[in-house]
Structures are given as C-alpha cells and as structure tokens.
Design a protein around this ligand. Structure first.
Ligand code: ATP
Length: 240
C-alpha cells in the first residue's frame, strides 16, 4: 500500500558484553496489526523488547518508528513517542491502590486532567474488575488482575504501539484466555500490538502475523494461521 510500517527493525544485532544474543533481526509492524513474536526461553525475546524500548542499545541496525530513527531517542522519549511496554511479570506498585497505579501510566502526558479522567473511565469500562477494586492495594490482586492493571497503566500513556512481554506467564488457562480476549478487543479498537509469548499456540492463533525467534535469529515468519500449520512450528513449539 505505499504506507510506511509503524515499526521497522532492520538488521538488529545486540549483545551482553561479548555474547551476541540478537543476530540481524528484521521485523515490521503495520498500523493496526497484532504481531506475535514467539520463541523458547532464552531465545532473546526480552532483549529485543528492551532494545526496542531503548533500555538496551543495539550494536548495529536501525529502529524506525513512524519513519523516525530511534537511535538517539531515550527510553523516556520513546514512551512519549508512543512505544509503551507492559513488562514481563507485570511490575505493578503493590502498595499503591489500583487507581493510583492506573494514573501513574499518565505521568508523561501533558494534556488536560479531564482527558486523563475520561481515559481512566474508559479503562474501567475495558477492565470492570479494576473499577470494583480501585481502592484496594494492587498487591491484593490476583495474577490475572495484576496483568490487567499493568495493561491499563500502559494504555493510559496513549500508546501508538503496545508491547506485551509474556502476558500469559504464570496464569491459569482460563485467565490466559481472558487476557488474550482483552488483547483481541484492544486490536479491534485499533491498537497496534506486539505480543511476545512463549505460549506460541494461543499467540499465533490471535495474531495477524508472527515471527519465530530461535537463539536470537528470526527463523520463520508469516501469517499467524500459516505458522500454526507449519510442521517445524508444530514440532518445536506446539508439542504436536
Ligand atoms: P525469557 O523468556 O526467559 O525472558 P527470552 O527469549 O526473553 O527468554 P532473553 O531474556 O532476551 O531471552 O535472553 C537471551 C539470552 O541473553 C539468554 O541466553 C540470556 O541468558 C542472555 N541474557 C539476558 N539478559 C542478560 C544480561 N543482563 N546479561 C547477560 N546475558 C543476558
């Protein structure tokens, strides 16, 4: 279509000291797409997200976001530009109330308190359980509820690209389904989402497109539905 992708990762190489963990990774995400990155423990998924967020500096390669080179853009500035991550393990502020946690997501916004209040209301519509528990300490929430809280907090920053790092981690199957339903709903509302998951079956079933990362290399990519049918994916990631 001639429209530049929202995100382009071009030949990203990254290391810790002398150990290279990402090898010439190329990934593109179009506006409105839900793209999954799947791969085993230690494949480099978190490193890729940290690099994209500006928390880890790549050795070489380019990150273009809305056609802008992110090279000298700090992690804070990237959040401001619209790259917002829901971290692995949620990392909510356990002693603060649910509502204060959600509000914290708006810290970098410079628009009116009314706009922020309207978004808070929208979060309570998307996640009704958070309204019920809004005055409770976040630490009293279940794992699934904390994941919802972390997502609501991220959404308060008005992301253009939402990065989800292993949202299903440590959750019971029914709760995972609930979280993935919310991810679908966010996509339906037009959000662009990069979903990083070890849970390949459910992530690929949900995604428009997917990438398979193995020891820091993209070894396969394609439509989510096609990857699900791929013999190598079935064998390595779906236990079939
Ligand atoms: P997980 O699902 O466990 O988070 P992952 O796919 O996200 O796995 P990474 O956490 O990116 O993988 O790790 C990729 C490789 O880099 C692994 O071999 C890991 O041991 C190594 N690694 C990660 N963080 C560091 C670090 N801070 N210092 C050195 N090596 C690291």
């Amino acid at each position: 279509s001639g429209v530049a992708p929202l995100l382009q990762l071009e030949n990203i190489n990254a290391s810790y000291g002398r150990i290279q963990v990402l090898h010439s990774v190329n990934i593109e995400i179009q506006r409105g797409e839900l793209v999954a990155l799947v791969g085993a423990n230690g494949a480099g998924k978190t490193t890729l997200l940290r690099t994209l967020s500006g928390l880890h500096q790549q050795d070489s390669g380019r990150i273009l976001f809305a056609s802008q080179d992110m090279h000298s853009v700090s992690a804070d500035q990237r959040v401001h530009a619209g790259i917002v991550q829901v971290p692995e393990g949620r990392q909510v502020f356990k002693a603060l109330s649910v509502e204060d946690n959600i509000q914290l997501g708006a810290y970098s916004r410079k628009d009116s308190p009314e706009a922020i209040r309207a978004d808070l209301e929208h979060m309570y519509e998307t996640f009704p359980i958070l309204r019920q528990k809004r005055l409770q300490a976040a630490g009293t929430l279940s794992g699934g509820q904390q994941q919802m809280l972390a997502m609501a907090r991220a959404l308060m920053a008005r992301p253009k690209l939402l990065l989800l790092d292993e949202p299903s981690m440590g959750l019971a199957p029914l709760i995972v389904e609930e979280i993935f339903n919310i991810v679908s709903e966010l996509k339906r509302q037009g959000m662009t989402i990069f979903l990083v998951e070890q849970n390949a079956a459910q992530a690929l079933a949900l995604a428009d497109r997917g990438y398979v990362l193995e020891t820091g290399e993209v070894v396969l990519s394609g439509a989510g539905a096609d990857l699900l049918k791929d013999e190598k994916v079935k064998e390595a990631y779906l236990g079939i």
